[in-house]
Structure formats: structure tokens, C-alpha cells
Design a protein around this ligand. Structure first.
Ligand code: PLP
Length: 372
């Protein structure tokens, strides 16, 4: 699905120099390399505070801890997402309230959020799925009206621009109260291990976020609140210092690949290519289509015989996972989520893809759907 090896070959000498500098400095945790990355990411995003942490899951957890969310508080989120989003809600004893997604964008449907709000609702966690922005204008309006926090799960959307109704252009992940991202190797901005970051423009909140990520301490050995230990290490930060300046180029390459897929696969009425709503730059963390009357399992099996990987993100929605059994969620009515889990399929997309590879993949996909 991705080709991290070829990408590494392109930047090998820069990466090796950066890692060697960390080794020579013997500062492996914290220090100037991590600080430099934090400041570069703040500048790139146009956000006041970036708090680096150990991974994207921690970023979400720390965000909820720093906001002081407590057991019994309700958090509105989609069920059609990677499990991390909803898992941390459960881990902190909060109650996930699942809202259906929009059939075109695959992101949380703002028109269904208000009906899910109760006196216990504290936050909305929109997920910019596959690199497509949620309708943040609508979400922020609802949040303001009901006094709710918004935590953007931007693990798949880093590098995207959001064109708000007011005409402002903001980096995705910097619109809500807090934004969270992941630097997992296959993400749009990936390191060579685990990494994550949290963003906010709120200075008070930044202090709380830093404390939550660092054993609840502001001053060494004074632990004011219960926190956790979540750090981006210096070697990963060094790698990210090399890759961040290339993020826009990487995103442009992904968009080129998506454009090609759209052109070739879009001719088939059995394939619904990704929708682009024009309210943001879709950064294509995944290239995900909906199948229309095609046997998905059979397509995957066929593609595998042609050495073409494909994936289902995500085959089981969060609300149907065993981890939520004890939550007595009852019968939830999430028809779009249910339908997408059955019909979506993702094809390879990465920054080093060649036209030959893409032509081959597309022709095999079309071979199958036209014959079946
Ligand atoms: C990858 C991902 C996460 C978690 O990030 P990790 O770094 O793997 O912990 C959270 N949410 C979404 C939507 C993701 O894609």
C-alpha cells in the first residue's frame, strides 16, 4: 500500500546526517532537535503551540485529559474511524456517542450532531478521514452554540488546507480547540518509529497539555495532576526535521496519484471515486472508493493474484467492536457507517508511485469490475 523504502532512498543522506547528529550529541530525549521540530511545525501550521508526544493515540488521550474531561462526560465522534479515536474515550471512562458520517465525504455528518447533544456532552471529536476535512465551519458553529470543545483527529489530514466560509485559509488541525496528529511511518508525515503531536492556539491549554504529557508536572518533581509519559524522541524528531519541509511536495504527489485514479477509475459506474467538496485540500492519506454492485472479497482476491495490495479501512465500525460491549450502546442507527464498512476499498497510494504502477493497478481493477 505504501513504499517507504523508495522514499527513504531519496532522502537517505539527509536522514543519516540528521540521525548521526543526535547520536553525536547524546541527547536522546528532549533537547534542541525536538525543540526545532516543534517550532518548525508551529510555523508550518501557523499555530501558537505544538506539543510533541509519543504517538497519535496518546495525542488524543492527552487532549482529553488536559481538557479535564471526566467519567460520565459524553464525547461525540464517528464510529467509522480508526479505533484509536474511540478507544481513548473509553479508556478515560468517558462515554462515546456515535454519530453517522456523510455518505460523500465519509466524515462526521454535522446535520446529525445536534440530535446527539445532551446535558452531559463536553466535546466533539471530528476525524478528517483519509485526508478529507470534516465540515469544520458547521462543526465549530454547533460547538460554539453548545459550549463544546472540539478535538480534531488530524492523524490522516496533516498538510491539508481548510477554506473556511469567512474566506480564511487554515491548516487542518488548527481550527478546533485542539488538533492531534500521528507520525506513524505510513502517515502523510511519518517518522521511522512512533511519534505524534498536539496543537492549540490557547496558551493556558498548552500548559495543561504539556503537564498531562509529562507526569502532571510543570516544575520538576511537583506533580499537580495525574498525567502520563508521552514524548517524541530526538531521533524521530531529527527524521521529521528532514521530512517536514517536504510535506507539501509529498501531498502534491499524493494528489497527482489520486487525480490519475479518478480519471481512469471514474469512468466505471461500479466505482464511486472519492468526493472532493472544495472546502479543503484532500490530502489523500488513503485513496478509498465505494464499490457499487461489485463483490469486494472477490476483487481483493483477484488483485492479490496480480500482486496488487488493497485494504479495507475499516471493516468493522467502532460501535460494533467487543471493547464497547459493556457500554450498552443499544441499537444504534448508523446506516451510512454500516454501508461504508461493506462497500469501501482502498488502493495503494504513496509519494513514489509511478504512472506504470498506476496504469497496471487501474487496468486490473477495471478488468475485474467489467467482467463481474
Ligand atoms: C493513525 C491514527 C491514529 C493513531 O495514531 P498512532 O500514532 O498509531 O497512535 C488515530 N486516529 C486516526 C484516524 C489514525 O489514522
Amino acid at each position: 500500500m505504501v513504499d517507504l523504502g523508495t522514499q527513504y532512498q531519496e532522502i537517505k543522506s539527509e536522514i543519516e546526517t540528521a540521525i548521526q547528529e543526535v547520536l553525536d550529541s547524546s541527547v536522546y530525549i528532549g533537547g534542541s532537535v525536538v525543540q526545532r521540530f516543534q517550532q518548525s511545525l508551529e510555523a508550518y501550521l501557523g499555530v501558537k503551540h505544538v506539543i510533541p508526544c509519543a504517538n497519535g493515540t496518546d495525542a488524543l488521550q492527552i487532549a482529553m485529559m488536559a481538557l479535564g474531561l471526566k467519567s460520565g462526560d459524553e464525547v461525540i465522534t464517528p464510529s467509522f474511524t480508526y479505533i484509536a479515536t474511540t478507544e481513548v474515550i473509553a479508556l478515560l471512562g468517558l462515554t462515546p456517542v456515535f454519530v453517522d458520517v456523510d455518505p460523500k465525504t465519509f466524515c462526521i455528518d454535522p446535520s446529525k450532531i445536534e440530535a446527539a447533544i445532551t446535558s452531559k456532552t463536553k466535546a466533539i471529536v471530528p476525524v478528517h478521514l483519509y485526508g478529507q476535512a470534516c465540515d469544520m465551519d458547521a462543526i465549530m458553529k454547533i460547538a460554539k452554540q453548545h459550549n463544546l470543545f472540539v478535538i480534531e483527529d488530524n492523524a490522516q489530514g496533516i498538510g491539508s488546507d481548510y477554506y473556511s466560509e469567512t474566506g480564511e485559509v487554515k491548516k487542518l488541525g488548527t481550527i478546533g480547540t485542539i488538533g492531534c496528529t500521528s507520525f506513524f511511518p505510513s502517515k502523510n508525515l511519518g517518522c521511522y518509529g512512533d511519534g505524534g503531536a498536539i496543537f492549540t492556539n490557547d496558551g493556558e491549554l498548552a500548559i495543561q497539555l504539556k503537564m498531562a504529557a509529562n507526569h502532571g508536572q510543570k516544575v520538576k518533581y511537583q506533580h499537580d495532576v495525574v498525567g502520563c509519559n508521552s514524548r517524541l524522541d530526538a531521533i524521530q524528531a531529527a527524521i521529521l526535521n528532514v521530512k517536514l519541509p517536504k510535506l507539501d511536495e509529498y501531498v502534491a504527489k499524493r494528489i497527482d496519484v489520486a487525480d490519475f485514479y479518478d480519471r481512469v477509475l471514474g469512468v466505471s459506474d461500479k466505482i464511486v471515486v472519492p468526493y472532493r467538496d472544495g472546502k479543503s485540500k484532500h490530502v489523500f492519506h488513503q485513496y478509498t472508493v465505494q464499490l457499487n454492485g461489485v463483490n469486494r472479497d472477490a476483487l481483493q482476491t483477484y488483485l492479490a493474484t496480480k500482486d496488487i495490495p488493497s485494504m479495507i479501512y475499516y471493516p468493522v465500525p467502532a460501535h460494533k467492536q467487543g471493547m464497547f460491549k459493556s457500554f450498552n450502546l443499544g441499537e444504534l442507527d448508523l446506516p451510512v457507517t454500516e454501508s461504508l464498512t461493506k462497500n469501501v476499498i482502498s488502493f495503494p497510494i504513496h509519494t513514489e508511485m509511478t504512472e506504470d504502477q498506476q496504469s497496471y493497478i487501474c487496468s486490473e481493477i477495471l478488468n475485474f469490475v467489467n467482467a463481474n
